[in-house]
Design a protein around this ligand. Structure first.
Ligand code: UGA
Length: 435
C-alpha cells in the first residue's frame, strides 16, 4: 500500500520506517528542509536503537523516501498519517494543535482520490472530529475519512514495540476506512497481533487512559516502596507477589525517582484537563501527577540522609540524566529536579550521561560535565544513580569505592544488591529495599 507520513519526529520517523519494513511504499514528509537533507544522507536525528539500520535498509530497497513537499507524498496515498508535534502551549500547558490543523489543510489540498487521513500524534479527544471539519472545508465527505490510530511506542524500544505490539487501535466511523487500516496493518495481524476497531473518540481516549494507567501503576509502586522503607519490607518481593496476580501483572512495577519523559507527564495533565472539562474530574490521576512531581525533587533528600550530613559544600556525582536508559531524551527527566534540588541545598554537582549530555545542557546549569562515569565519581562525596544505564550496572565497584571520597552511593534504580554493597563497604541506599 502507499503511505504518506507527515512529520518525521520520533513517532513519524519510527512509524514510517517500520511501515516500509512491513513492505509498504512510504514517503515521509517534513517541512524542515535540514531534517530531510539529513535523513536523505542517512543521518538519524534521534538516538533510537535499531532505527538507523531500518531506515537505511528500506531506503536502499526503494520503499522509503523523504521530501519536504506534501504534494509529492500525498497524491495517490491510501493512507496519510499525521504525526506532527503537539507541543504544550506556553499559556496553559495543553497540546497545541496548530501543526495538526496545518497538516490537515495541506493533506486536504494535495490528496487525490479517496484517502484515509490518520491522526497518529497523541491528540485530545475530539481532534479526529476537528480534523474532519477542516478537511470538509475543501473536500466532499465521500473523498476521505479521518481515523485515530494512537501509538504505544516506548522510547528506546520503539522498533520492537511497533513490530510486535500488544494491540493496534484504530478508531474510525466507516467500513471503507476500517478496510484500508486493516490492509495497512495486515503484515502484523497475519502474525497474530490483535487489531481493535473503535470509534475515533474511544481510540483517542484509549491513548490517554493507557498512559495514565501506567503512570498510576508507577506512582503506586513508588508509594509502596516508601512504605517498604519504613516497615522493613522489600519492594522487589512485594512487586513480584502482587504482579503474579494476572489481574495486576508484573510490568511497570519498578520503583524509581518518578516517571518522566515526553509522554506520561504531558498525557496525564491532558487527561486531567479533559476529565475536568467533561465534568468528571479524575482525582486518581490528579493525585498521581502531584505525588510524582513531589517525588522527583524529594530524591535529593536521600543524598543527605545517606551521607548523614547536609550536602552543603559537598561534591555530588549524578550518574544518568535522561528520563530513562536507551534514549537521549531529557524531557521532564527526574534528573533535572534532582540536580536543581541538590544545588539549592548548596551542593556542587558533577554529572555524566552516556547519551544525554548534549540534550541535557539546556536543562541543567552550573554543573561539571564529566567525560565518563569514573571521572564523575573522582573525589565526589557521594554519588546518585538517576538513570538505569547498563554501563552503570557494569561499573567496577572497587574502582568506584576507591574514587569516591566517601563510599556513599544512592541508587534510585536499584541496580545493585544491598547485601553485596554492604559487604563491599558502601553506604548504599536504594529504593524500597532494606539497607
Ligand atoms: C510511554 C509508554 O510506555 C508508551 O506505551 C507510549 O507509547 C509512550 O509513553 C507515548 O505516549 O509515546 P516512554 O515515555 O517512552 O513510553 O517510556 P516508558 O518506558 O513508559 O517510561 C516512562 C517513565 O516511567 C520513565 O521515566 C521510566 O523510568 C518510568 N518507569 C517505567 C518507572 O519508573 N517504573 C517502571 O516500572 C516503568
Amino acid at each position: 500500500m502507499r503511505i504518506a507520513m507527515i512529520g518525521t519526529g520520533y513517532v513519524g520517523l519510527v512509524s514510517g520506517a517500520c511501515f516500509a519494513d512491513l513492505g509498504h511504499d512510504v514517503v515521509c514528509v517534513d517541512i524542515d528542509p535540514r531534517k530531510i537533507e539529513k535523513l536523505e544522507r542517512g543521518e538519524i536525528p534521534i538516538y533510537e536503537p535499531g532505527l538507523e539500520e531500518i531506515v537505511s535498509r528500506n531506503v536502499t530497497a526503494g520503499r522509503l523516501s523523504f521530501t519536504t513537499e506534501v504534494s509529492e507524498g500525498v497524491p495517490g496515498a491510501d493512507a496519510v498519517f499525521i504525526a506532527v508535534g503537539t507541543p504544550p502551549r506556553p499559556d496553559d500547558g495543553h497540546a497545541d494543535l496548530r501543526f495538526v490543523h496545518a497538516a490537515a489543510e495541506g493533506v486536504a489540498a494535495a490528496m487525490t482520490g479517496y484517502t484515509v487521513i490518520v491522526d497518529k500524534s497523541t491528540v485530545p479527544v475530539g481532534t479526529a472530529r476537528e480534523v474532519s471539519q477542516i478537511v470538509a472545508r475543501t473536500r466532499d465527505a465521500s473523498e476521505y475519512d479521518v481515523v485515530s490510530n494512537p501509538e504505544f511506542l516506548r522510547e528506546g524500544a520503539a522498533i520492537e514495540d511497533f513490530l510486535k505490539p500488544d494491540r493496534v487501535v484504530v478508531g474510525c466511523r466507516t467500513e471503507k476506512a476500517a478496510a484500508i487500516m486493516q490492509g495497512v496493518y495486515k503484515p502484523l495481524t497475519d502474525q497474530g497481533v490483535p487489531l481493535l476497531i473503535t470509534d475515533p473518540e474511544s481510540a483517542e481516549l484509549i491513548k490517554y487512559a493507557a498512559n495514565a494507567f501506567l503512570a498510576v501503576k508507577i506512582g503506586f509502586i513508588n508509594e509502596i516502596a516508601d512504605v517498604c522503607e519504613r516497615t522493613g519490607a522489600d519492594v522487589r518481593q512485594v512487586a513480584k507477589g502482587i504482579g503474579m496476580d494476572t489481574r495486576i501483572g508484573p510490568k511497570f512495577l519498578m520503583p524509581g525517582p518518578g516517571y518522566g519523559g515526553s509522554c506520561f507527564p504531558k498525557d496525564t495533565l491532558e487527561l486531567v484537563a479533559t476529565a475536568r472539562k467533561s465534568g468528571a474530574p479524575s482525582r486518581i490521576v490528579e493525585a498521581v501527577v502531584e505525588s510524582n512531581d513531589n517525588r522527583k525533587r524529594s530524591m535529593a533528600d536521600r543524598v543527605a540522609d545517606a551521607m548523614g550530613a547536609p550536602v552543603d559544600g559537598a561534591r555530588i556525582a549524578v550518574l544518568g540524566l535522561t528520563f530513562k536508559a536507551e534514549t537521549d531524551d531529557m524531557r521532564e527527566s527526574p534528573a533535572i529536579d534532582i540536580v536543581a534540588a541538590l544545588q539549592d541545598k548548596g551542593a556542587n554537582v558533577v554529572v555524566h550521561d552516556p547519551k544525554g549530555m548534549e540534550a541535557a545542557k539546556p536543562f541543567i546549569r552550573d554543573v561539571d560535565w564529566a567525560e565518563n562515569a569514573y571521572a564523575a565519581l573522582d573525589s565526589a562525596d557521594a554519588a546518585v544513580i538517576v538513570t538505569e544505564w547498563s554501563e552503570y550496572r557494569m561499573m567496577d565497584l572497587e574502582r568506584v569505592k576507591g574514587l569516591l571520597s566517601k563510599p556513599v552511593l544512592v541508587d534510585l534504580r536499584n541496580l545493585f544488591d544491598p547485601a553485596d554493597m554492604k559487604d563491599r563497604g558502601f553506604v548504599y541506599s536504594s529504593v524500597g529495599r532494606p539497607a
